[in-house]
Design a protein around this ligand. Structure first.
Ligand SMILES: [Zn+2]
Length: 260
């Protein structure tokens, strides 16, 4: 398939970390995207799109997708169904394809507070593919403290699915107001089961469960969804030029398209 691509470099084929599953259960992981054009510049510049980051990403990616596997082109609905890991991967590739892999990043040193400028090479960021037999919809976390229901019963076995584009779009308003509350809303959408809590209780309680969990448990959930999960690893080891210390920081992708 890639042999048919034009040589100009306007288009490129990539393999997504997770992929899209069609109605027949087939997984489509290859995606052909093209460089961003003036059309996408207009999408990025449109202030209305800035109210909802999830929607902006969907518009941008769907505008640049040439095809996904053997799926019919289906606009932003397809991109909304994609896992956030795949969407972030595609955003990164769009940036690299259009403006090259070099990105000026600024981090703040955790020890001395100085800002550290680093030229990142986006092509060298590690990408973890979903492993054979692994499911993006069955992330199991054994909570330490668990959720205590109104009868005093403790629930510790949590099953989540990885977040998708439609989750990002749905929680974007909360995320803008308060990142922590936004995260509760996002995780609540991704909760599939918690101990013996009946489904309707789980749905009714939603974000309240996440708000009640200890920070110990919340960190366990973070780890399960970020560290072990498929996708681009945005965690960087940064060395501070001022104090010589090294620290871990996450590469900020929020503005990296607009800044180019
Ligand atoms: Zn420092």
């Amino acid at each position: 398939m890639s042999a048919n691509l034009p040589h100009s470099g306007r288009e490129a084929e990539f393999t997504m970390p997770i992929g899209l599953t069609d109605d027949e259960g087939r997984v489509h992981k290859t995606v052909v995207i093209r460089k961003m054009t003036g059309k996408e510049e207009a999408i990025l510049a449109d202030r209305r799109n800035h109210r909802n980051g999830g929607k902006l990403v969907s518009e941008l990616i769907s505008s640049c997708i040439v095809r996904v596997g053997e799926l019919p082109k289906n606009g932003s609905a397809t991109v909304e169904r994609m896992y956030s890991a795949d969407r972030n991967f595609l955003l990164l590739k769009l940036r690299t394809l259009t403006f090259g892999p070099e990105l000026q990043a600024t981090y703040t040193c955790g020890s001395c507070g100085e800002s550290v400028q680093v030229t990142e090479d986006l092509d060298t960021l590690p990408v973890k593919q979903l492993e054979e037999g692994e499911s993006p919809d069955e992330i199991v976390v054994d909570l330490v403290d668990g959720y205590v229901d109104k009868d005093g019963q403790v629930h510790t076995a949590l099953t989540l699915r990885l977040p998708r584009g439609d989750d990002e779009t749905a929680v974007a308003p909360q995320m803008r107001q308060n990142a922590s509350l936004g995260k509760n809303a996002l995780l609540a959408r991704c909760m599939k089961s918690l101990g013996d809590l009946p489904r309707h209780r789980l749905e009714a309680l939603g974000p309240k469960i996440l708000a009640d969990l200890t920070m110990t448990d919340r960190r366990l959930i973070d780890r399960a969804l970020n560290q072990g999960a498929p996708g681009v690893d945005l965690v960087r080891e940064v060395v501070c030029g001022s104090c010589g210390g090294s620290f871990r920081a996450t590469l900020d992708m929020t503005n990296f398209l607009a800044l180019a």
